[in-house]
Design a protein around this ligand. Structure first.
Ligand SMILES: NC(=O)C1=CN([C@@H]2O[C@H](COP(=O)(O)OP(=O)(O)OC[C@H]3O[C@@H](n4cnc5c(N)ncnc54)[C@H](OP(=O)(O)O)[C@@H]3O)[C@@H](O)[C@H]2O)C=CC1
Ligand SMILES: O=C(CO)COP(=O)(O)O
Length: 355
């Protein structure tokens, strides 16, 4: 086994903590790296023994973060119970489709009052549950938080300047996560609107697909701005109807994350949209990506939910028709452009005209 690298100087201060990161994909790896560089002992759980052994011996997760060395005391493991039992705080970066199954199977391993933070930006298929709601149901004795924001994993591992949001009702959870993760290249802002922060992270993936599609079709810069801004209007209309605070969408987890994923080909959701815009079919685009693009699933769930509760979401409906009903992209664009012209900011001038 190679000698473990020493942590780099990140400007982080404070005592060393034992933390667990569950999920060995791109984002789990990025967060494990920040925590390791900040000097903490990271119990890094993944399901593949070959992957754990590779990280143990080479300090590299070659499938998800090729060429990136994981410095510090990062201990890869396939023993989830061991990782959770050693940790004061647990971060969960498991795609939404597998999230409940992994937590439920191990729910007795979590301790009373242990802090558990979801990093996942998705929605559960049955019941429209967000990940914090799943945690609340499966491990109600734990203290729960949600981390979300403009956080491309590939930039964080390069120590590019990044900010994120920790949302939790409990101020101790917010402070603990700020202390653990904050450093000279990673800033952690706080919010109490857990539902809004979490829903924003899931919803923006839909508009990243739309933006990728628009970019492939070379629609121009005005169109890009229109899509991002109307996407923001649409996602906040939907979230507010479900109880989120509209002001959350002015912050990093709302407009911040929307901007980064709608303008960068580093976003997997954007890349899927771009591929479809170039004529590739959805299944091939997802297979070629080889990583999770949560927006594909979120789109279906949000379209159904919006219809059920009567919320006007023309971009969601248009994208759904393109991806799942084989509608012509041009016909959908034309229908969106020729639909009723509504008010700009609905919190100033209500959208009085119904669809
Ligand atoms: N990447 C990013 O920039 C960011 C991602 N996120 C969110 O983080 C979440 C995770 O995404 P990310 O890490 O990027 O995804 P990746 O596609 O990079 O990796 C997925 C990870 O999940 C694991 N996994 C898949 N199914 C299961 C299962 N049934 N049980 C256990 N583990 C499983 C995979 O394991 P295996 O390799 O064995 O298949 C892999 O480690 C998503 O919700 C995403 O939206 C949030 C912010 C930024
Ligand atoms: O959520 C992200 C950045 O904030 C990552 O987006 P993608 O999943 O589209 O890569």
């Amino acid at each position: 086994m190679s000698e473990q690298s020493m942590p780099q100087d990140t400007g982080a201060t404070g005592p060393v903590h034992d933390v667990a990161v569950l999920g060995g994909g791109s984002f789990g790896t990025a967060m494990a790296k920040v925590l390791g560089e900040n000097g903490h002992r990271v119990h890094f759980w993944m399901r593949g023994e070959a992957q754990a052994e590779e990280i143990r011996t080479t300090r590299v997760n070659s499938r998800y973060m090729p060429g990136i060395e994981l410095a510090g005391d990062i201990q890869p493991t396939t023993d989830l119970a061991d990782a959770v039992s050693k940790a004061e705080i647990v971060f969960v970066a498991i795609p939404s489709k597998a999230f409940r199954a992994v937590i439920r199977e191990n729910c007795d391993k979590f301790r009373d009052d242990q802090i558990v933070v979801s990093l996942t930006k998705g929605i559960e298929e049955h019941g429209f549950k967000l990940m914090s709601e799943i945690l609340q149901e499966e491990i109600p004795r734990c203290r729960i938080g949600v981390l979300s924001g403009p956080n491309l994993a590939g930039e964080i591992v390069n120590r590019d300047l990044t900010a994120t949001v920790i949302a939790a009702k409990d101020p101790d959870v917010r402070r603990a996560v700020q202390d653990l993760l904050g450093c000279e290249y990673f800033r952690v802002y706080a919010n109490v609107d857990v539902y809004g922060v979490e829903l924003a992270g899931a919803l923006k993936n839909i508009y990243a697909i739309v933006a990728g599609l628009a970019s492939a079709l070379e629609m121009g810069e005005n169109a890009k701005a229109m899509l991002i801004t109307r996407g923001l209007a649409e996602m906040s209309r939907f979230a507010v109807s479900l109880g989120a605070n509209p002001m959350t969408f002015m912050g990093l987890a709302g407009v911040g994350d929307l901007i980064v994923t709608c303008t960068s080909s580093k976003s997997r959701n954007y890349r899927v949209g771009y591929a479809v815009g170039q004529g590739q079919n959805l299944d091939d685009a997802v297979a070629e990506l080889g990583q999770v693009a949560e927006g594909i699933y979120t789109l279906k769930l949000v379209k159904e939910k919006a219809e059920a509760i009567g919320i006007y979401m023309p971009l969601v409906r248009g994208l759904y028709e393109i991806l799942y009903d084989n509608a012509s992209i041009r016909a959908v664009i034309n229908s969106l452009m020729m639909s009723v012209q509504n008010s700009d900011v609905e919190f100033i001038l209500p959208r009085t005209i119904s669809q």
